[in-house]
Design a protein around this ligand. Structure first.
Ligand code: HEC
Ligand code: HEC
Length: 439
């Protein structure tokens, strides 16, 4: 103020437009910054809710058509067969969200007053919205009338804090316990699948039961290839849906970006009502079933998927790769392993830190990484993607590489040792493994 007083009145008036301009600019900046921060919060919250609870209307398929809810209820409750008890459900890798359970249920569970062998208990858990990735639909009398699935089914774990399979949600963690095939094979009606594949009911159930825990085949209904040439199932491991910020291409074979794949899965795999377009699949040689069923160009009205893609994308990019627990690896060995990774073993040529995949087009031929090209050939670019390695410790179950062909990290490192003639001795192999577990 003193400075202003010292200026003659007319002089400081000259500065007024400048001052006003500055003020307007400041307000505009804060305004837009705030709206961006608000947008981030809204997208995160909406995305989480979609990831966990949204079926995109897929109950029309899993419940109304395949009648999976009838298999869950069992004959006693008006469904079919023995029903699915909580013990059976946990046994096929389904998870229970402890935070959805009221206090009295937790108490009853602790004192073993709840019957874990009764399908009615599973139905009760569904009514509490406590089964991760499975949404039950109930009529006014409280009867389970349909069931749908969400992204969380395959891409969430729980922390087992209450009991094995019962705990707080861990979104994005690959559920390598989940036996998707065995669950789908419970469905009383698999006619849509037998019709599409052109095989009988028994064959479809045999294929589904061949997958095993932690695996799913996201291309079967496009190319009809259920088995590899060596007779093993064509299913691939469920990857994590976290730690993906900064990564360009997704899935084992780099089908596309996160929103590409989210639309692909929600519409063509979960059978949600949405839109999906990929003319690369309109190829009768490679994707005969996609051409036959028209699944390369699906338009549903209303579209329950497309409006959710922005928030779903944002949420997945927000999920960090989990840090390895303290004491889960040998720090000194990991430090030596890091030197090898970035030096003599030349891993960082493809797994570029800190992304651990290539910035750009991180894709390689089967030959480059020394494996067969069966799964690559099923994808549009016919290549394998360099997977990001952060949080690797959290998905060691089920093995490594797209089909889990290497049971242990030792096998992975020995594969590279032979392929690239690295001549690593056992100590060096062990150090590399400790480094991989420290990511
Ligand atoms: C039935 C199990 C299942 C469900 C349900 C499922 N996914 Fe997946 N997801 C998979 C499998 C298996 C793959 C690997 C497919 C491949 O590489 O061919 C995958 C791959 C992904 C990837 C690629 C991750 C990477 O490695 O970069 C993302 C992202 C993803 N899914 C997100 C989602 C979202 C979002 C939903 C819900 C709209 C969803 N998934 C539903 C099984 C599932
Ligand atoms: C030429 C590029 C390239 C080099 C060099 C390379 N990798 Fe890989 N890595 C890949 C690709 C591509 C895959 C995916 C293979 C698949 O999906 O079947 C992969 C997969 C892996 C996996 C399995 C990840 C998972 O989620 O299952 C690990 C672990 C790994 N690499 C570690 C290493 C180590 C350690 C080295 C150095 C000794 C190395 N890689 C060198 C490209 C490379």
């Amino acid at each position: 103020m003193d400075t202003l007083k010292r200026l003659r009145p007319r002089m400081w008036l000259l500065f007024l437009p400048l001052l006003l301009l500055g003020a307007v600019a400041t307000v505009a900046k804060t305004g837009f910054d705030q709206s961006a921060a608000h947008n981030a919060r809204v997208l995160f919250d909406q995305g989480r809710s979609i990831f966990r609870y949204d079926t995109f209307g897929d109950e029309a398929y899993w419940g109304d058509t395949l009648r999976l809810h009838e298999a869950i209820k069992g004959a006693k409750l008006g469904g079919v067969g023995p029903g699915v008890s909580p013990r059976t459900a946990l046994g096929v890798g389904l998870k229970v969200d402890v935070e959805a359970l009221p206090e009295e249920v937790l108490k009853a569970l602790k004192s073993e007053e709840i019957n874990l062998d009764d399908p009615a208990t599973t139905v009760a858990l569904l009514s509490l919205n406590a089964v991760v990735g499975v949404q039950g639909l109930f009529d006014q009398e409280g009867n389970l009338v349909s069931v749908g699935i969400t992204c969380a089914l395959c891409h969430s774990q729980v922390d087992d804090s209450f009991a094995p399979g019962i705990g707080k949600r861990l979104d994005g963690w690959a559920n390598r316990d989940l036996n998707v095939g065995a669950i789908v094979a419970l469905a009383p009606n698999l006619q849509p699948v037998t019709d599409l594949l052109g095989v009988d009911d028994e064959t479809v159930r045999m294929v589904l039961n061949s997958w095993g825990p932690g695996k799913y085949d996201a291309q079967l209904n496009q190319d009809g290839k259920a088995f590899r040439p060596d007779g093993k199932p064509a299913a691939t491991l469920i990857p994590p849906a976290l730690g993906l910020a900064g990564v360009n291409l997704h899935t084992w074979n780099g089908w596309g970006s996160v929103p590409y794949w989210n639309a692909y899965v929600a519409v063509t795999q979960m059978h949600g009502r949405g839109s999906f377009f990929d003319p690369r699949l309109n190829d009768p040689e490679k994707y005969r079933l996609a051409v036959q069923s028209g699944s390369w160009n699906i338009r549903n009205s209303p579209d329950l998927v497309t409006p959710k893609l922005p928030a779903l994308h944002y949420y997945q990019l927000s999920l960090p790769a989990p840090e390895p627990p303290k004491g889960s690896f040998d720090q000194a060995a990991a430090t030596r392993g890091e030197k090898l990774f970035n030096g003599a073993a030349a891993c960082s040529g493809c797994h570029v830190p800190p992304l651990y995949t290539e910035p750009g087009f991180g894709m390689h031929s089967a030959q480059e990484i020394g494996i067969d090209d069966f799964q690559a050939k099923r994808s549009p670019d016919e290549l394998y993607r360099t997977p990001p390695l952060k949080g690797l410790w959290a998905h060691t179950k089920g093995g490594f590489y797209h089909d889990g062909r290497f049971a242990t990290l030792e096998e992975v490192v020995q594969h590279y040792n032979t392929l690239f003639k690295l001549e690593l001795d056992q100590q060096e192999v062990d150090d590399l493994i400790q480094f991989l577990l420290s990511l």
